[in-house]
Design a protein. Sequence first.
Length: 256
Amino acid sequence: MKKIVILTGATGGLGREFLKQMLKEEIDEVWAVARNEQKLLQLREEYGDKVTPVPADLSDLEGIKKIENMLMEHRPRVAFLIHNAGLAKMGNYNDFSIEEIDKIINVNCKAPVMLTKICIAYMGRGSRILNISSASAFQPNPYINLYAASKAFERSYSRALNAELEGTGITSAAVCPGWIDTELLQKEINGKKVRFPGLVTADRVARQAVRDAKKGKDMSVCSLYVKCQHLIVKILPQRLVMKIWMAGIGKYLKES
Ligand SMILES: NC(=O)c1ccc[n+]([C@@H]2O[C@H](COP(=O)([O-])OP(=O)(O)OC[C@H]3O[C@@H](n4cnc5c(N)ncnc54)[C@H](OP(=O)(O)O)[C@@H]3O)[C@@H](O)[C@H]2O)c1
């Protein structure tokens, strides 16, 4: 039986680092999932035959079904399931179209839950689920409201799932990084260069996440900056936490 990894968002900044980490494991294939087939083929060229490109749109039920059908056909053992694909957009609640809202919720919330449900049947002792949430899951974040709420969903689902899985040998870890230097970040808003406090590399996040997941932890936080943030937002009233956040991002939102 083949031992595989399912990695979504494999072509993105963090996805590529997870791919590098997974290729160090004793596995036969990494099913690399994303929409852009060309980029997936480039990954295979760069990292070799263990990379199996799986072009699929996870905002669409068809994309999820495609992975389910592949699993039914090949019946592998899923050693790692990494829900890394994610969509983010900064803006006022009114700046989002209905279609954008649908896509963000589908990719960030529905896809991980559905894929988990499908994949657990192919897992066993030692299998690891990694849900790439975010430090923005720790607090309500105006102007990245939908993204932060979707990441809070992912974190909460992941940790409760881990409790439900107790005794099976399968674990689920919520990975909660702060800002990571990838293309997801809007580097300029309204002509202003954005500062990202506590910015870390994708390599550091992926390494720590895999290490923590292997230890069976239900949460992975890779930097002291985010660990402090996590503690502070637990202690302070959420209204105050939001005020502090707004003070930090307010300058980017005004057109002046
Ligand atoms: N960057 C940060 O500061 C940061 C901080 C905390 C958490 N995170 C989380 O880390 C994860 C990875 O982020 P990143 O920074 O690496 O983002 P990224 O560079 O923008 O990569 C996003 C990946 O998701 C894939 N994707 C997007 N929509 C998809 C869809 N509908 N179906 C299938 N795949 C889709 C993209 O490929 P295609 O476009 O080809 O589909 C790409 O591979 C995300 O979950 C994000 O929320 C990021």
